[in-house]
Write a protein that binds this ligand. Sequence first.
Ligand SMILES: O=C(O)CCC(=O)C(=O)O
Ligand SMILES: [Fe+2]
Length: 353
Amino acid sequence: MADDEQQWKIPPNVQELAAAGRDELPSRYVVPHHDRPTSGVASDDPIPVVDISRLSSGAADEAAKLRSALQNWGLFLAVGHGIEPALLGEMMAVTTNFFNLPLEEKQKYTNLVGGKKEHQLQGYGGDMILSESQVLDWSDRFYLIVEPEPRRLYDLWPTQPPSFGDILHRYSTRCRELAEGVLREVAKVVGLREEGCLVDMLDENAVTYVRLNLYPRCPRPEEVLGFRPHSDASVLTVVLNNAAGLQVLRDGEWYDVPVVPGALVVNLGDTVEVVSNGLLKSPVHKVVANSESKRVSVAAFYTADPEREVEPAPELVSEEKPRRYGKMKNSDYIRKLHESLARRERAIDRVKI
Ligand SMILES: O=C(O)CCC(=O)C(=O)O
Ligand SMILES: [Fe+2]
């Protein structure tokens, strides 16, 4: 194939597009009318803010709050998580600094193999593009495997500032502790026989992916999405962000996820939905753009061992509660997630019975 064909496979850089200050958006970013963002609905049952320190000291009302958050939203805001505000600040700062680097510098970490059109998961850039007509998200991303350590591709780890790697390592380790504590509670909520069975999925072969997201300001936020509707292929996801924009779907309506200083967003991933045989749902969420300022977020995805076969826990399947999901190898599932994202489909629909 001639080299100038399939140029569309190389996504434009959204930050550069935004900086060019044009009022018209390239048509590749304009989402169909039925998918356009709306302002989030205010709920009578607000998204809970859960104090993890009270949870760990056995407070029954906090456990009830978490239970209701998991059952009604699949997502909550964690405070009292014990992660030092300075570390959260540093993680946000190195992320923002990375995106502020000149384009040539950032492109040293490109997710296009050999700088060409083949897309690899890790690195800096945009979505995998499967077709010329694919509508693109108004964001740039940087995706890295952080754990297990031998799987790190250090060539893709920014060297500026020199502390980047250390901060990312410490941040994802601390968020993993938060994830583990939450997963023990999740196992209790769904009535799994082994309280540790979800935590055990984050074993030494489990993969932690971190995605740094930049949502540049957009002159026409009503026509684009910062991140299309999706659910995560993780067991659990922890998100740090600096501004409003995240929305979660509940009963057909989109709700704004509030921004609480120092809080982390915690959401269930598809693995929990499958293992719990649908007792808990992996929430569909998206990010809307805005015309005022850029938004930065850091999502840490705690995923199971790629070789693990994920399926409903046997004790949650019975005659009254028939099995609702098939079995799939986790690495196959994650690959399907990225294809599904490109097609605006949900990966979990592929394992539903
Ligand atoms: O930017 C956010 O707040 C969420 C991003 C997200 O959903 C993701 O990276 O999977
Ligand atoms: Fe997500």
